[in-house]
Design a protein around this ligand. Structure first.
Ligand code: G3P
Ligand code: CA
Length: 263
């Protein structure tokens, strides 16, 4: 029996592979992005930091400590130093049930490598992790999007409102999503906040645990898209789907595909 949610699901609900299909392969690596594509994800989400020589590379943390065999801050290392690191063996050790030989020694990808490999075969959500006046990461990312002619398939998100505002002034055509973190389930949010977000972004990406169906409905009535992160269990994916979200970030894109197909 089909249960009707507060709002009907939109025509297209996006599967967003969070750091790639990172439940099955090392996060933010080429194998995790390849798997995301194989699993029919609409988007890959990737976290961007700049190296010492100002090259955008794909890694979540500001240091390489957790996900590679090296140590140190990404911003203090050159691209050459970064590329020597092994970004996959930690995964094989942590998740032996999903370990694969090819993950060992897979490097931290550059944004060039990702755009060059996947082109328009998938859409992208880039997360700006460290925005500073010195590096001007917003202009740099826009240059990459233009260089690869990917403006129709790239979105940007960030927790930094200042960074998103800045990006919007550089290129108002790129869809932006405001990341938010709610400590507890939000029933509603201030109209002033939504109005402000709407002035530069097309949507809000909240943590799933911090939202309710009423919150989703309020954002949608305000004309904003809603894409919660990071939803890994089908029970929650199903809830989000019935609440009418526009997309779901997940480490397991195949699970969300199944939920969409069975609804
Ligand atoms: O992209 C949504 C989510 O990725 C934000 O948090 O820590 O996983 O980058 P984080
Ligand atoms: Ca992220």
């Amino acid at each position: 029996v089909k249960v009707k949610g507060i709002m009907d699901p939109p025509d297209k609900v996006s599967i967003i592979a969070h750091r790639g299909a990172s439940g099955y392969a090392p996060e933010n690596t080429m194998p995790s992005f390849e798997l995301a594509l194989e699993m029919k994800s609409d988007y890959i989400e990737l976290d961007i930091h700049l190296t010492k020589d100002h090259i955008p590379v794909v890694i979540h943390d500001e240091t390489v400590n957790r996900t590679t065999n090296g140590k140190g801050y990404v911003r203090n290392m050159t691209l050459a130093q970064i590329r020597r690191l092994d970004a996959g063996s930690w995964f094989n050790e942590a998740y032996p049930m999903f370990a694969r030989e090819k993950y060992a020694a897979t490097p931290i990808p550059t944004l060039d490598e990702v755009f060059d490999t996947f082109g328009k075969n998938i859409s992208y959500i880039l997360e700006i992790k460290d925005s500073t006046n010195e590096t001007n990461i917003e202009s740099l990312l826009n240059e990459y999007i233009m260089k690869y002619e990917l403006k129709n398939v790239v979105s940007i998100h960030s927790f930094s409102r200042a960074s998103l505002r800045k990006f919007h002034t550089i290129n108002p055509e790129i869809p932006l999503y405001q990341l938010v973190w709610n400590d507890y389930s939000q029933v509603r949010v201030s109209a002033a906040f939504l109005k402000d977000v709407k002035s530069y972004a097309v949507g809000i990406s909240p943590n799933f645990q911090g939202i309710t169906s009423a919150y989703v409905a309020q954002l949608k009535r305000a004309g904003l898209k809603v894409m919660p992160y990071t939803v890994n269990y089908q029970l929650n994916m199903n809830k989000a789907y019935l609440w009418g979200v526009d997309g779901v970030y997940t480490n397991f894109p195949d699970r969300f595909l199944e939920v969409i197909e069975t609804n």
